[in-house]
Design a binder for this molecule. Structure first.
Ligand SMILES: [Zn+2]
Ligand SMILES: [Zn+2]
Length: 260
């Protein structure tokens, strides 16, 4: 079994297109690359239903789409028999995590990704001289990043941690990395990091080995042609870490299937 559980629904112009017609090109690329099942995981801050959670201008600017329309597009694809799952990429919002979870509660998610893109309103991946990097020394950024990640994992509101060591995106690392103890979630192996300044998969082998958590596979594609991109590398990393299974989600419950 091969899954790609981190996709952003866009049309061929790479514009947001939360309709069922936009799903089909993603399914076609998946089939061509031997990916058995795909999951859509739009950013939670794109939806006006979550508007009150955000105070950053770059979030509010995006916060105009209808969550019901997005959910309906994916559900319609399911009704047509396409091998798709309904997910969302949910941001870490600190003490407001329960409030965000309550907004998402009524929808029939197969799984929710958890991402730490911001800590105390400061961006982790916005630029190497901005956000958290302008505020704290490198070792402090990593400490706070993993603290937030562990809090998100422990919240019970997400099922998979997306790009789990995103703090490495610009290649800035402390001398010694203290990996967090995480439980109750899966980790995604994401090929998106290969196209970032760090040029590597997320996460490092050491984080997989430290946590021993189950895995999913992810491209973080923002265009249909990138579904399943570089998955040979993801499989290689998974096998190097000793994995023989991949996690499959359905209605927020998970099972393990043979990997490959
Ligand atoms: Zn992300
Ligand atoms: Zn994403």
């Amino acid at each position: 079994m091969i899954v790609d559980y981190h996709l952003h629904l866009r049309d061929s112009e790479e514009r947001i297109a939360h309709d069922v017609d936009a799903v089909e090109p993603f399914v076609e690329t998946a089939a061509a690359r031997g990916v058995d099942e795909i999951g859509f995981t739009e950013h939670v801050y794109y939806f006006r239903q979550t508007r009150r959670l955000w105070d950053r201008p770059d979030q509010i600017e995006h916060c105009v789409y209808d969550l019901d329309a997005y959910v309906e597009a994916v559900l319609e694809a399911k009704r047509r028999g396409l091998p798709v799952k309904l997910g969302l990429e949910v941001d870490y919002v600190g003490e407001r995590q329960h409030e965000l979870a309550a907004i998402l509660g009524p929808y029939p998610w197969d799984y929710l990704l958890g991402s730490v893109h911001w800590i105390d309103g400061l961006s982790v991946d916005g630029g190497p001289e901005r956000g958290v990097w302008a505020e704290w020394p490198v070792d402090e950024v990593w400490r706070r990043y993993f603290e937030a990640l562990a809090e998100l994992a422990g919240s019970g509101h997400v099922d998979v941690l997306a790009h789990p060591d995103l703090a490495k995106i610009f290649g800035l690392r402390p001398e010694r990395i203290e990996y967090p103890d995480l439980a109750g979630v899966a980790l995604e192996i994401s090929t998106a990091g290969r196209y970032k300044p760090v040029g590597r998969l997320y996460p490092d082998l050491e984080l997989l080995q430290h946590t021993g958590l189950p895995i999913t596979l992810a491209s973080d594609a923002h265009a249909p042609q990138n579904v399943g991109r570089d998955f040979a590398h993801a499989l290689e990393l998974a096998r190097a870490a000793g994995y023989e299974t991949v996690t499959v989600f359905d209605q927020r419950s998970s099972r393990q299937e043979p990997l490959g």
